[in-house]
Design a protein around this ligand. Structure first.
Ligand code: NAD
Length: 307
């Protein structure tokens, strides 16, 4: 199978490329390296096209794909608050452009949406059918992207699957930049013995999902060409606070980690937890990874990465 991964030099994309190559897929990566890194896919037996989903010529990299995993996006809520127009252009318009490209060939499209679409809706766990209440331009752009995927399925019969990722973490997720996600930022601080910065009281909760589980679900979806008329939560209903993550890291590294609490961030939701009924019914063979096990793999990678 020929699979094109947009955003394939990013954290999830580079993990996915490894997973699919191990299973014999032919891979093309289209990535503009705006938040991804060529080193993430260095040495892998794949075709790398450095370019943007916003450029017609670059999009030709998707021409021969039987399936497209569309991960390219400008991630991060704070980044979208700083530049809402760019966030919309890449995440919403860019997704529409990828879907139009897929339509020309009838390619299966798996698209990355986000739990942030639930936003201000306080009900837990988050069921796919509940009303989205996005709190940030990023969340709006992701809601637009998944809606386009579902509309292309309805109107044009394009086989699509929109996954709502929750907090995905694991090896290859970069720490040390202004928009770093919480797990790499915490793991980096814990491993290097620097002060760990917590936004708010640290009791906010997330459904942390190990990247190995995410790529296993995507791989299974590609193999069985799974589609869905509803978006699908790709998380398994676990709920841990940020302080739980800190405690696990301290336990694993056998030392206390100095914490500094700073203000909460605009656009962040307080609690997040997936209802996993739909994912479990569609992907019975995909098993969640315990947070402790996933963090141990992340720490091991981080120790090697920063060494
Ligand atoms: N990591 C998470 O917890 C999480 C949660 C919810 C949703 N998501 C979504 O999953 C996808 C992958 O996220 P990630 O964590 O791997 O982030 P990432 O930043 O590591 O990967 C995104 C990739 O897209 C590339 N990209 C950005 N704009 C592009 C453009 N115009 N053309 C081509 N490539 C472009 C970047 O260079 C990067 O390699 C994104 O769509 C993100 O919104 C991630």
């Amino acid at each position: 199978m020929r699979v094109a991964i947009t955003g394939g030099a990013g954290f999830i994309g580079a993990n996915l490329a490894r997973h699919l190559l191990d299973r014999g897929a032919e891979i093309t990566v289209l990535d503009d390296l705006s938040t991804g890194y060529e080193r993430n896919i260095a040495g892998l037996d794949l075709e790398f096209v450095e370019g943007s989903i916003l450029d017609d010529h670059d999009l030709e990299a998707l021409n021969d794909a039987d399936a497209i995993v569309h991960l390219a996006a400008l991630p991060s809520v704070p980044r979208s608050i700083e530049n809402p127009l760019l966030s919309h252009e890449v995440n919403a318009t860019g997704s529409l452009r990828v879907l139009e490209k897929a339509r020309a060939r009838g390619a299966h499209v798996i698209l990355a949406s986000s739990s942030s679409v639930y936003g201000a809706n306080p009900i837990l766990p988050k069921v796919e059918s509940m009303r989205p209440m996005p709190l940030s331009p990023y969340a709006v752009s992701k809601l637009a992207a998944e809606s386009y995927a579902l509309a292309h399925q309805q109107v044009f019969g394009l086989p699509t699957l929109a996954f709502r990722f929750f907090n995905v973490y694991g090896p290859l997720q970069a720490p040390g930049h202004a928009y770093a996600a919480v797990v790499p930022a915490f793991t980096h601080a814990a491993v290097t013995g620097t002060t760990l910065v917590v936004h708010g009281d640290g009791k906010q909760t997330r459904d942390f999902t190990f990247v190995g589980t995410v790529v296993a679900a995507i791989g299974d979806a590609l193999e069985r060409r799974v589609t869905s008329t509803d978006p699908v939560n790709l998380a398994f209903g676990t709920r841990h606070s940020l302080l739980d993550v800190v405690a696990l890291l301290e336990d694993m590294l056998d030392r206390a980690v100095p914490l500094e609490h700073v203000g909460t961030r605009a656009g962040d939701v307080r609690d997040s937890q997936a209802d996993s009924t739909l994912i479990t019914s569609l992907f019975g063979s995909v098993e969640p990874t315990e947070l402790r096990d996933g963090l141990a793999q992340t720490v091991a990678w981080m120790q090697e990465y920063i060494a």
